[in-house]
Design a protein around this ligand. Structure first.
Ligand code: NAD
Length: 364
């Protein structure tokens, strides 16, 4: 793999490689776009099989963060970091603090947060070397678990999709199937129960299913054939790539709206496969942005109320995405991508104009 063409291909502004043999650190920080604000994205500690795999991952994930922040109306750019190696074998205080120093050296252009392979304790070490950290637990003065805020955004995105389809956003009596009763899925089920939706759910964990049955009266569905179950709304809240050429032909629903990241195995082709089947897809990176909104709110001094009220933007943004998709004859996924790009472009020209007027002022 040639590094520079790869960086150029997705339009990254800066990619930093950090190496310290003494502590065993090999990391990459990718800053995709800072037009709207500092590049925010978690740090993933993962045993990548090659440097190429790590670079591909960090470039793809940081670009995704740019789109998520832009379409959610946040003043944030997209970034991500990866630390290469098996966290169980090589993770140490010194390594994490050294990573914190690399983050600090970027002067706030990149803000880091927790991701796979990184724990709350690890974030404490990173924070010893840099203040450019967010998404901290409540006991460290942070915003805590973002999942209830994410679930609220998914719920609002789901309501917007139902409104687009039927003219009403009430989910009373609507059949919703949730895949994955984890932190987000369970909080979503609680909201759906409060609105008297008819809830079906699936999870690999029997405990989660039993709990949801006892607490919220869900009806369990097999984890193997869940996507074939006839319902109004399907809500993938477990894992990515579950909307693909194998599953889409079997779906028996009118709407897909869930929290899982990267639900479409092939972004473009699968978004049109859904549209061709007349299934309304609420773009994942838009409706699951509540978690990002939550950590963004932490940067200003956290209030859960403020985070939830900001998340309400997702309802209007989802409706707008559907309208734009209709007007332009494209899929909602592509419409959300285009809206994100347009917002970045319009703010970047605003910045250029402000800069030029400052320049002329100083010349005068
Ligand atoms: P979680 O790990 O708490 O829960 C995932 C649940 O899915 C678990 O209960 C697991 O048993 C179940 N599961 C896994 N594979 C399954 C399968 N094949 N069939 C059925 N159930 C399965 O995760 P979470 O924090 O609730 O996140 C859920 C999804 O939403 C993930 O894709 C995550 O990336 C995405 N997401 C989460 C947040 C957040 O704030 N937590 C924000 C944005 C996106």
């Amino acid at each position: 793999m040639s590094v520079f063409p790869a960086i150029q291909e997705l339009g990254h502004q800066q990619v930093v490689f950090g190496y310290d043999e003494a502590v065993g650190l090999r990391c990459i920080i990718a800053i995709h776009d800072t037009t709207l604000g500092p590049a925010l994205g978690g740090v993933r500690f993962w045993p990548y099989s090659s440097e190429e795999e790590a670079l591909t991952d960090v470039l793809r994930l940081s670009r995704g963060m740019t789109y998520k922040a832009a379409v959610s109306g946040l003043n944030l750019g997209g970034g991500k970091a990866v630390i290469m190696g098996d966290p169980l074998r090589i993770k140490s205080e010194a390594l994490l603090r050294r990573f914190g120093q690399f983050v600090e050296s970027l002067g706030g252009r990149y803000i880091t947060a927790e991701d796979m392979g990184v724990s709350v304790r690890d974030m404490e070490y990173i924070r010893m070397e840099t203040s450019y950290v967010t998404g901290l637990p409540e006991e460290l003065g942070g915003s805590g678990d973002p999942s209830p805020v994410t679930a609220y955004g998914v719920y609002l995105g789901m309501k917007a999709a139902w409104k687009k389809l039927t003219g009403t956003d009430s989910l009373k009596g609507v059949k919703v199937l949730v895949q994955g009763l984890g932190k987000v899925g369970m909080a979503l089920v609680e909201r759906l129960r409060a609105e008297n939706a008819i809830i079906y759910a699936t999870d690999l964990s029997a405990n989660q299913l039993e709990y949801a049955q006892a607490q919220f009266g869900i009806q369990p569905v097999s984890p193997d054939s869940w996507f074939m179950h006839p319902v109004d709304i399907l809500s993938p809240c477990a894992r990515g790539s579950i909307l693909n050429s194998e599953t889409i032909p079997h779906l028996r629903c009118a709407v897909v709206a869930g929290s899982a990241n990267n639900q479409l195995a092939d972004e473009k082709a699968d978004s049109y496969r859904l549209a061709d089947r007349g299934i309304l897809y609420a773009p994942d990176f838009l409706i699951n942005a509540g978690g990002l909104i939550n950590v963004y709110t932490e940067l200003e001094g956290y209030s859960r109320k403020r985070a939830l009220s900001r998340t309400e933007y997702i309802y209007e943004a989802t409706l707008r995405t559907f309208s734009v998709a209709e007007q332009r004859g494209i899929s909602p996924h592509e419409a959300a991508m285009q809206l994100a790009e347009e917002r970045i472009r319009s703010i970047s020209t605003l910045r250029t104009r402000t800069y030029q007027s400052n320049l002329s002022l100083s010349i005068v």
